[in-house]
Design a protein around this ligand. Structure first.
Ligand SMILES: [Zn+2]
Length: 387
């Protein structure tokens, strides 16, 4: 591999790190930089903005205008640095001992830099299949960008065959992860004096019964674990992370919110939970609440439903990555990615990228230059394969 390619990658990564694309802020400056970069190489580029126009997905294509291409996918956003003890400016990349430090170097601007650096070479080739780039917003807060992007691809009738998601896996091939479904369930009761509990509807007490029901479901899910599951733990999990409600000890609680999540392994897991909750709420809790207060309510807000990546017997994406990396085995991981969304849209998906998840989201985040070299090698081989 040429030293110039590595230097170019470092130079691009330095630029990408300098855009402070924390999820709650705009990513437009960085998207414009990448759109310009790819546009100048002759790629067909479109941006897809979010509702308030402060963020955008970037989708670009090199090669022929047809189905069956390969998508290189990564998110443009990074997690915040507040409260973290960095020993240097997180948005100014610096090199030390074969490592590149800075927010996002590992998760996952290092991969984006490799994509951009190798795209110069790809633009010179006569590709037989399209090479696409999908750079999304809001991955870290619920994969909202990718959800919008897969819908947009369908709308534009762009039908890639496979997607390679470059999340940090130390260049190991990852073929599966659980889903991550996040919810807030709000209970609205009826306030009253603590001495007359039957005259009010205690939202906290109904929330407690709801949580007990959730815990029962989480036990049932253990019995639904797939035989030979490689996940740890092997079954789908449910977890209540936050609860708040009520006004004081001697007041019947008028409201309560429960923030909870479920990590399904297979579609039947979430189906079981949703159906059981629906029945419990509509046939037991709500009727009881409404006999005292007709305006009592239970409402569940979907914060995000990031699909799991199912391990499948036939996977073009896995075959391609085995071929271009020389790997002959794939693993599963505990963290969620955008891969499940591509798979759900009918695009074979696999995860393989530079850097370690150990460094993601932490102060003094870094990526090893050797990891970027392996990634550059993989991407160069991919281009040759698409010729
Ligand atoms: Zn990531």
């Amino acid at each position: 591999m040429s030293a110039a390619l590595i230097e170019d990658t470092k130079h691009i990564l330095d630029k990408l790190v300098a855009f402070p694309t924390i999820s709650h802020d705009s990513n437009l400056a960085m998207v414009d930089y990448m759109a310009d970069f790819l546009g100048q190489l002759g790629a067909r580029v479109f941006l897809q903005h979010n509702e308030d126009g402060r963020k955008a997905n970037l989708f670009a294509t090199l090669g022929p205008n047809k189905d069956g291409g390969v998508v290189l996918s990564g998110h443009s956003d990074v997690v915040p640095v507040e409260g973290q003890d960095w020993s240097s400016d997180p948005f100014q990349m610096f090199e030390s001992n074969g490592r590149l430090y800075g927010r996002g170097t590992c998760d996952m601007k290092g991969f984006l830099a490799c994509c951009l650096a190798t795209s110069r070479g790809a633009a010179e080739l006569n590709l037989a299949r399209p090479l696409h780039f999908a750079f999304t917003y809001d991955e870290e807060v619920g994969c909202f960008g990718a959800q919008a992007l897969v819908r947009e691809l369908a709308r534009r009738q762009i039908k890639p065959a496979a997607a390679l998601i470059g999340e940090p896996t130390m260049m190991q091939v990852i073929e599966g992860h659980k889903g991550c479904y996040e919810y807030t369930t709000n209970f609205t009761g009826l306030e009253g004096h603590g001495s007359q509990p039957d005259l009010g509807v205690n939202a906290i007490q109904y929330a407690a019964r709801f949580i007990t029901h959730l815990l029962g479901l989480s036990e049932s899910l253990k019995g639904q674990a797939m035989v030979g599951s490689r996940f740890d733990p092997p079954w789908a999990t449910i977890q209540v992370g936050r609860i708040f409600g009520g006004a004081g000890r001697n007041i019947i609680a008028g409201n309560c919110s429960v923030e909870w999540e479920m990590r399904p392994v297979q579609p039947s897991d979430s189906a079981l939970v949703k159906q059981s909750l629906d029945t419990f709420i509509n046939q037991q809790l709500l009727p009881e609440m409404k006999t005292v207060s007709p305006s009592a309510a239970i409402e569940t807000i979907v914060v995000g439903e990031v699909e799991g990546l199912q391990v499948v017997a036939q996977s073009e994406a896995r075959d391609i990555v085995y071929e271009i990396t020389g790997a002959n085995g794939a693993d599963v991981v505990a963290f969620g990615t955008e891969a499940g969304l591509f798979q759900e849209a009918g695009i074979s998906a696999i995860i393989c990228g530079p850097g370690s998840i150990e460094q993601a989201h932490k102060p003094n985040e870094f990526v090893e230059i050797d990891q970027l070299k392996s990634c550059l090698k993989m991407l160069s081989r991919l281009q040759t394969k698409l010729m």
